[in-house]
Design a protein around this ligand. Structure first.
Ligand code: TYD
Length: 153
């Protein structure tokens, strides 16, 4: 099944939203196959946000992303990348629709609680960036029959 990377950002950690957000993904039916806490540094953030290093807000973004350890997760499911992006909402929490994570928990364009991969290809690259071999697991929930129809694509 498709895999995607989610990062619970320092804003989620400081605001005590870890359980709330993990719950949303689990309740949706996404399968957690990797999960760990780690402290990000400038090297990994420059790689992860390479498309933003020239932006004026980049130093502030760096500081924000290093303000606490983060939680990285590998979520699996059919169309996991698109589904998780829909659940995440628009970048700016003030523009994100109610019902999305950013729409429900953020008032900010930077302190926006979660990162989620934006394509299947980037999902693969980002998972390899944040997880070492062996840190993503392979298991089938006992009731997978009730997550999807048997013939569902
Ligand atoms: P981006 O990759 O454009 O958005 P998304 O996280 O929705 O995929 O931006 C990455 C992060 O950079 C974003 O989550 C928060 C931060 N950011 C700012 O701080 N200010 C900004 O104006 C933008 C566009 C992003």
């Amino acid at each position: 099944m498709e895999q995607t990377l989610v990062i619970l950002k320092p804003s989620a950690i400081h605001r005590g939203l870890i359980g709330e957000i993990i719950n949303r993904f689990q309740n949706k039916g996404l399968i957690i196959t990797g999960l760990k806490m780690m402290q990000l540094d400038e090297t990994i953030l420059r790689e992860h946000y390479a498309h933003l290093v020239e932006k004026p807000f980049f130093p502030s973004l760096l500081e924000s992303m290093m303000a606490a350890p983060v939680i990285v997760m590998c979520l699996e499911g059919k169309d996991a990348v698109e589904t998780v992006r829909l659940m995440t909402g628009a970048t700016n929490g003030r523009k994100a629709l109610p019902g999305t994570i950013r729409g429900d928990f953020s008032m900010s364009g930077q302190e926006n609680i979660v990162h989620a991969s934006d394509s299947v290809e980037n999902g693969k690259i980002e998972l390899a960036r944040f997880f070492k071999p062996g840190e993503i697991f392979n298991y089938t929930p006992s009731d997978l029959r009730f997550y999807y129809a048997p013939d569902e694509n």
